[in-house]
Design a protein around this ligand. Structure first.
Ligand SMILES: Cc1cc2nc3c(=O)[nH]c(=O)nc-3n(C[C@H](O)[C@H](O)[C@H](O)COP(=O)(O)OP(=O)(O)OC[C@H]3O[C@@H](n4cnc5c(N)ncnc54)[C@H](O)[C@@H]3O)c2cc1C
Length: 446
């Protein structure tokens, strides 16, 4: 089907048979699959060129250390192949009107300059592109071309041309035997009738440079946790080799700093981000797993350890007993670089002993909290849904209706409602799908 035929079909959807899901992370994917498996049509709108969300960037998942890609990849292809799911990646919702059973949703299809029905994902275009720029998917630690897919499992496996950096040399056009590249392609807008809406827009990472005393952006050997996830990932920029940025050496000593941009009223993040304790411990364990002979010392600096989930406390205990990770209770005051070694000195008060400590590490990983995406407020106001004091979507009855917004026919799942780990995001995705399917089955009646 050509793009024009696809947009024409979408504009004629039957609203009581169709749901819109905004955001293609793991929670939005789950909501889409559960709706589609019940026989409803799903239009899944994702703003980036691929679905997968943050989970696609992770290496392992706590507390089982399962490979993130191994869990996610089958779901990616299930979504892509499902006959009831229409995937609109590199697209954004620009307007919503109407009510349960009959919403009208305007979706902007950004021009990816590559025809989805013709591109086979062969990559011939990439080999000829002369432009090299930092790859956002690798948190800027690796490089991509101006014609790109962010990662090998990009779904759909269709290339995108980054118009800002493309120099229009047309080398990719000449290289593409399938004539899939159209540099003249323009953005298009389509209005789609849907009966129910699920918001699954996920989170943004807190910007750790808001704490200048922690040295991020100033010292090369201070990185954030998502950068670390990409560094230790076999498909990442160092092919999974844990190296420090200043000299490419394996760090013998690593410090993890918890609660950077969480439980901090001065930075407008008074709430606990729920996932950082566990992903910090996971990444500390991974350092020892990956380099048992080289990484001698791993220390986690924490405010409290919140190991609330199934298997979490056991995982925390195992980090100490089996992997010898040291845990120091105390908020890190400041860090400084040793100009000769580029090592990082951490100054912290151990609040259990009252001791003032100065520890040197070859690499320091800051573990940020999470924030609602900036545009969530815009989507919320389009929908007429409130946001809570932290900026996440407000649900009317968190205990009895945890995925229902106050607007009939509009549901929320995953981190769009508040910080959650993967299992809770998936469960919320299924719950939102069930609630949306009831709206559709009743023809929008509430
Ligand atoms: C460093 C780190 C490590 C972690 N490790 C683990 C772990 O080991 N185990 C675990 O259980 N959890 C872990 N987590 C948490 C996990 O990443 C989240 O639970 C999960 O990603 C939440 O899924 P989601 O679908 O709600 O959101 P996301 O993964 O954020 O997906 C949201 C999607 O919506 C898209 N989107 C946003 N706005 C719009 C819009 N306006 N229009 C269209 N699309 C939009 C985004 O591009 C994205 O694709 C970790 C988190 C971090 C930061």
């Amino acid at each position: 089907m050509t793009e024009a035929e696809k947009l024409a079909t979408l504009s004629q959807m039957s609203p009581t048979q169709t749901a819109l899901v905004i955001g293609g992370g793991v929670s939005g994917m789950q909501a889409s699959l559960d709706l589609a498996d019940q026989g409803f049509n799903v239009v899944l709108v994702e703003k980036t060129p691929s679905i997968g969300g943050a989970m696609a960037m992770l290496d392992k998942t706590f507390p089982t250390l399962d490979c993130s890609a191994c869990i996610l990849t089958p779901k990616l292809s299930e979504v892509a192949r499902h006959p009831n799911i229409e995937l609109l990646t590199y697209s954004e919702v620009t307007g919503i009107s109407g009510q349960a059973g009959n919403f009208k949703v305007k979706v902007l299809r950004k021009a990816r300059k590559v025809l989805e029905d013709k591109c086979s994902g062969c990559g011939d275009c990439v080999e000829h592109c002369p432009i090299e720029i930092p790859n956002e998917f690798d948190q800027g630690l690796g490089f991509r071309r101006a014609v790109y897919v962010g990662f090998p499992q990009n779904t759909p496996l269709v290339y995108t041309i980054d118009d800002e950096n493309c120099i229009k040399c047309e080398m990719c056009v000449k290289a593409c035997e399938r004539e899939a590249i159209d540099l003249a392609m323009k953005d298009e807008e389509v209005e789609i009738p849907v009966g129910a809406i699920v918001v699954a827009t996920g989170f943004e990472l807190f910007d750790v440079s808001k704490y200048p005393r922690l040295g991020y952006g100033e010292y090369k050997n201070v990185i954030n946790a998502l950068e670390y996830e990409r560094l230790i990932n076999a498909a990442g920029p160092t092919a999974g080799h844990l190296l420090r940025m200043s000299d490419g050496k394996i760090p013998k000593s690593i410090g993890f700093v918890q609660c950077v941009g969480a439980r901090d009223v001065t930075n407008q993040v008074p709430y606990c981000a729920r996932v950082c304790c566990m992903y910090g411990i996971k990444n500390a364990v991974m350092a020892k797993e990956l380099q048992p002979d080289n990484v001698k010392n791993v220390t986690v600096y924490y405010a409290d350890i919140r190991a609330y989930g199934k298997g979490f406390e056991e995982f925390y205990n195992m980090a100490q007993t089996r992997f010898g990770i040291e845990f120091i209770r105390g908020r890190v005051g400041e860090v400084a670089e040793n100009p000769k070694t580029r090592n990082i000195e951490i100054r912290v008060e151990n609040t259990e002993t009252g001791e003032y400590l100065q520890h040197e590490h070859e690499l320091v990983v800051l573990c940020p909290g999470i924030l609602p995406p900036k545009e969530l407020r815009v989507i919320a106001s389009e929908l007429g849904v409130d946001v809570d004091s932290d900026g996440y979507l407000f649900v009317e009855h968190p205990a009895s209706n945890p995925v229902d917004t106050k607007v009939p026919g509009v549901f929320v799942c995953g981190c769009a409602e508040g910080p959650k780990d993967i299992p809770d995001s998936v469960a919320a995705g299924s719950a939102a799908a069930m609630r949306a399917s009831i709206t559709l089955a009743k023809g929008g009646e509430v």
